[in-house]
Design a protein around this ligand. Sequence first.
Ligand code: BTN
Length: 263
Amino acid sequence: MNNHSWQITGHSDIPILVHHYHSLESTNSEARRMAMENASAWTVICADLQTKGRGRYHRKWHSPAGLGLYFSVILRPKIDLKFLNMINMRAALVIREILQIELSQADLQNEYTVQLKWPNDILVNEKKICGILLESEILSSEVKYLILGIGININHQGRDFPVELQETATSLKLLTKQNWETNRFLNKVLPKLQQQIILDQEAGFKNVILEYQKYLAFKNQVVEIKIQNQSIKGCIKGIDPYGYLLLEQGNETRTISTGDIAN
Ligand code: BTN
């Protein structure tokens, strides 16, 4: 059921059209269905709850009603495939900045370190608050559309997370002891995201990596990275121009294109 829709006028003349649903299997699946039916770029699907919310590597994204912000943005950028990572990295940067500002304004007593865990998780004081899943439809080396799916933990209490995540996840409510309005947060993120992606396209995405490195979690620390069934150890040195992780192992620096930092 489509409950209501609203339009946000951002910093450009491209309207952002948000469709809000009470319940969906996955906002990414609904956005993909609409993209296949030619929905325009900057159509956004959000839901109070998802029954089949998904994360990276086909993991489940637990999506209880009203506690998280679950949304997906249809994008149709003109972008060279080798720069595809810049889109989710930019999304992570935009949300990181908004979280940092909102947290400092809501709570002057505590300090919050909001960092980016490669490739696109956001951590507050080393616990995960946001995950991003970018799905793409490519035809003859051209992007037909991208679905940028974002989940942010807003009003969760500890017990609202699955047991295995209770030690490693956090939410705005857990951090600040107050309730947050999910749609207000969405309306802040979308215009900023649109403005930045338009600027990035004009600049050939050249600033994303520099900015991303500033907030990179575990920099110069030894970490364990899980890649499928394998696990490797090394020291994080930074990010290469395409968004891959640079991992130092002895005298060598390896480039890691995908995986999960286990810390
Ligand atoms: C991850 O950390 O593995 C990525 C999680 C992405 C979750 C969001 S919630 C909205 C959108 N719809 C989905 O089914 N997944 C993404």
